[in-house]
Each structure stands twice: as C-alpha cells, then as structure tokens.
Design a protein around this ligand. Structure first.
Ligand code: G3H
Ligand code: 13P
Ligand code: ZN
Length: 323
C-alpha cells in the first residue's frame, strides 16, 4: 500500500464518530513504537513531521522510515507536514512525496491566511495531497510564539465558512484552549466546547483538527521527576475532554508531548537503574516500548480508532452531524 492522504481516513472518522491520531515523528524508534501499536490495534495513522523534525532527521530519512513502516505494517498511513509556515515549505514537502501538509498561516491576517492557504491548496490538490490550515491561534505558555490565553486567540466561528469556502482546504485546525507542550493549564483544564459545537454546526461533515492535545500522563511526569528530571506542574488535556472532542467534529488529534514524555521517562528510568549501560539499544528499546504502550492506550481508550484501519465507510448518516 502506498502512502495515503488524509481525505478518506478523516471522512471515515467523521462518519464513525472517532478521531485519527496524528503523532509527531523524529527518529526510527518513535516511528516503530507508534506503528507497532497501530499494527496491533489495526488503526489508521497520521505520522507528522515538523520543520524542526525535518531539520533534525532530514526529510528523506523520515520519508524512507515511514515507507518502511507501511511495508512492514500494511496500514493506511499518511505522511503529513506539521505546522508548515510558508508556501515554499509546503511545496518542498509535497515535492518530497508527503501525502498531506499543514499550512499554518494563522499568524497572518485573515485575508493573508486565506491567500497563502489557497495557494498551497492549488499546488497540493493538483498532486493528490490534502491540506490542513489553521484559524485562530493556540494559546501557549511556553511556545516561541507565546500566544496569550485571551479570547482573541480562539477561533472565531463566524470566520470558518468563508475560510473553508475560499481556500478549498480539506481540514481545519482550531483553537479552543489547548496549547503545545507539557504545561498546558496553570489551574483547571478548560476547553471551549461551545466554540467547537458552533463550528461543527457551521461546517457539517467537515473534519476539524485539535492541536496541543497531549494529556501529559502523570505516571510519566512522576517517572521523569523520580529519576533526575524536573517537570513540576506538567499538565495536559484530560482524556475525557479528548473523547468528547472526538465524538464531535474533531477527526484528527495531534500528539507529540506525550511521546516525548514517554520516551524521556523510559530513558531516565533505564539509566537510573542501569548506570553501567552505554549501548544505545539498551536504553532505546524501553523508550520504543513505552511509546508503543502510550499510543496503544490512546488508540483504544481516547481516539476510538482501534480496528478502523480497513473498515468500510459507514453507510449511516454522519455520526458527528447529530451532535
Ligand atoms: O506543534 C509542535 C510539535 O510538538 C512539534 O514540535 O517543532 O519542536 O518539532 P517541534
Ligand atoms: P502536544 O504538545 O500537546 O503534544 O501537541 C502537539 C501538536 O499539536 C503538534 O502539532
Ligand atoms: Zn500543533
């Protein structure tokens, strides 16, 4: 099976009332951990590469590793550019063989966001590549961008129909209170489900994307802190909120920090318990296994996409439209 774009997998997710996991990948062990979980759970997967991942690992290496993952697993897998910040970067990834790209022009004005996104859509669609765009800006208390948590960063539901109609984009990332990284909420976790609901009404059958959706599992925070790390107060999006989002119009859920935490927790624990080890295979094996376990948990208990890899599209009316 070749790489697939995200069109069919997100349409099936919409109709089935679940979400596809979009996991950030940076090296072989992360890819293998995710794909092993996907294989056991027969789940469709989106493997996404950020500009930073591209710089770290080289696009060609990551693309070949993802091709190997498809050959090994037989799963429908999309290779997606995460947070492409320019037409040129999106074009380069499309030319490299990515099957899906995100153009994140949300830092520009509404009109400029439409203009850049439309340009990417035209280039991508002519080559069978799907496009995700972003409207609104994710709040972040640790990002480079450091967007404030003011309401102004949330997606304005009144803009979504015009944006989608004018750009022809395939999916839309929105801002409802999640943020990137391992420190998402200072106090109680709160998401604006009212905004998500309104967007769902305005865009029937249209797949919505949730970024900044790691849960920051407290058992991993505890392991990191127990074995020499220092991440006090690390906190993510509660799993029940993600399940609720997946039952609404959210069809793609982005997860990176949870993989980083799992990997780091396993490596720290391994070194603390085996101070004489120096073969990377000794400490990367438990890290890969920890990634697999966290992804399996998400596929089954959070995203609801276990067993959906080869499922026929449901004939029922779109499940999410009823919400
Ligand atoms: O959205 C951000 C992702 O977690 C990717 O992070 O740019 O450090 O690779 P990165
Ligand atoms: P997290 O930092 O919550 O894992 O979000 C990842 C993400 O949105 C990648 O685009
Ligand atoms: Zn993101």
């Amino acid at each position: 099976m070749p790489l697939v774009n995200t069109k069919e997998m997100l349409a099936k997710a919409y109709a089935g009332g679940y979400a596809v996991g979009a996991f950030n990948v940076n090296n072989m062990e992360i890819i293998q951990g995710i794909v092993e979980a996907g294989k056991e759970e027969k789940a469709p997967l989106i493997l996404q590469v950020s500009a930073g991942a591209r710089k770290y690992a080289n696009s060609t290496y990551l693309k070949k590793l993802v091709e190997a993952a498809i050959e090994d697993s037989g799963l429908p897998i999309a290779l997606h550019l995460d947070h492409g910040d320019s037409y040129e970067l999106c074009k380069a990834c499309i030319d490299d063989g990515f099957s899906s790209v995100m153009i994140d022009a949300s830092h520009h004005s509404f009109a400029e966001n439409i203009k850049i996104t439309k340009q990417v859509v035209q280039y991508a669609h002519a080559r069978g590549v799907t496009v995700e765009a972003e409207l609104g800006r994710l709040a972040g208390i640790e990002d480079d961008v450091n967007v404030s948590e003011e309401d102004s960063a949330f997606t304005d539901p009144e803009q979504v129909e015009e944006f989608v109609a004018k750009t022809g984009v395939d999916s839309l990332a929105i801002s409802i209170g999640t943020s990137h990284g391992a420190f998402k909420f200072k106090g109680e976790a709160k998401l604006r489900f009212d905004i998500l609901e309104e967007i769902g009404k305005r865009l029937p059958k249209f797949p919505i994307v949730l970024h900044g959706a790691s849960s920051v599992l407290q058992e991993h925070v505890a392991l990191v802190n127990q074995y020499g790390g220092s991440m006090p107060g690390a906190k993510g999006v509660p799993e029940e909120m993600l399940r609720q989002a997946a039952s609404m119009s959210v069809c793609k859920i982005n997860i990176d920090s949870d993989l980083r935490m799992a990997f780091t927790a396993a490596v720290r624990q391994h070194f603390a318990q085996n101070p004489s080890h120096f073969d990377p295979r000794q400490y990367l094996s438990p890290a890969r296994e920890m990634i697999k376990q966290v992804v399996k948990h998400k596929l089954i208990h959070v995203l609801g996409c276990s067993g959906k890899a080869f499922a026929e599209p449901t004939k029922k009316p779109a499940a999410k439209a009823k919400k």
